[in-house]
Design a protein around this ligand. Structure first.
Ligand code: NAI
Length: 282
């Protein structure tokens, strides 16, 4: 955050892992944080899996920040445990983020240099076979359809779809009049495997354990939550004022290794698309 002033930042998923590391880092830098989590002890205890929980979280954060919120880290998320229904992942990882970001927009609008960072995942680009119809159901805003499809797919297939939908939501919303046009920057991080309770618990889906074990990390080790938090802090800060709609891969090189030439992707638009996107005279 800007070094000269104290700012107020809401962090969802504040009780553990990356969210807790963000809270620690921001507080150490002198900022005020409002933690939101389903676990008791958070500044705002709310279940972001439900529409009521999201609304309650938005209301409580709005009250606690006095209507002015400088930053929002949308970090709460759930991983693919073998006994966790896919619908829970769709509800928390996608709808629990988007609805809270949208709900807090008025408080962000009231701040001077507001910024939002969502936590996606490098699985969005490196886990093979993402079910795109689930991604589309999320982006269409249809929680019922998304949850129904997620139930069929199970948690392991649903997880990267929710994280891809989130990355695409950030990228498509960030450059619009509603967000950057109103002065609010939206960006995302896409962590690789980070050592947190999400990747270390005994009830992880065995398929996920296999995946985590085989995924190459050119850096040679897993990430630490503090390393992701430092990138998030930068994205909240005016030092990153030109970043808008970016997805920063905090993964020790996995995405670059697997998808090296897929990004940046060259643009080869049709004439119609060119005219529409650049608003040329047709
Ligand atoms: P974590 O399990 O340590 O922390 C997640 C936090 O979210 C917990 O405090 C939990 O109580 C909270 N949460 C879960 N469901 C909630 C709900 N319904 N309402 C409110 N809060 C809820 O996990 P970690 O690793 O810190 O994950 C943070 C974010 O980073 C998640 O979105 C995760 O998908 C993402 N991520 C994690 C990676 C990793 O390797 N750990 C890799 C890529 C992305």
């Amino acid at each position: 955050m800007t070094h000269t002033s104290t700012r107020t930042v809401a962090v969802t998923g504040s009780a553990s892992g990356i969210g807790a590391a963000c809270v620690a880092r921001l507080r150490a830098a002198g900022h005020r944080t409002i933690g939101v989590d389903v676990q008791p002890g958070a500044d705002v205890v709310a279940d972001l899996a439900t529409a009521q929980g999201r609304a309650a979280a938005v209301e409580a954060v709005t009250t606690q920040c006095g209507g002015v919120l400088d930053g929002l880290v949308a970090c709460a998320g759930v991983g693919p445990l073998s006994d966790r229904p896919g619908s829970v992942l769709a509800s928390v990882n996608y709808f629990g983020v988007v609805e809270v970001v949208q709900g807090l927009r008025p408080t962000l609008l009231a701040a001077q240099h507001p910024a939002v960072v969502a936590v996606s995942s490098s699985s969005s680009s490196t886990q093979p076979g993402i079910p795109l119809e689930l991604v589309q159901a999320c982006l269409a805003g249809s929680e019922g359809d998304a949850c129904a499809r997620a139930e069929e797919l199970g948690a392991l297939g649903t997880y990267p779809a929710t994280k891809l939908a989130l990355a695409w939501w950030i990228r498509t919303q960030a450059p619009t009049a509603e967000w950057i046009g109103a002065g609010i920057r939206l960006n995302a991080v896409a962590p690789g495997t980070i050592d947190t309770p999400m990747t270390g618990g005994p009830d992880l889906d065995p398929e996920l354990v296999k995946l985590l074990d085989v995924y190459p990390v050119p850096l040679g080790r897993r990430g630490r939550p503090e390393e992701v938090a430092s990138v998030i802090e930068f994205l909240l800060d005016e030092r990153s004022s030109l970043l808008c709609g970016t997805v920063v891969f905090t993964d020790g090189g996995t995405d670059a290794l697997i998808r090296g030439r897929d990004w940046p992707a060259p643009w080869q638009p049709s004439r119609e698309e060119l005219v529409a996107k650049l608003q040329l005279p047709s």
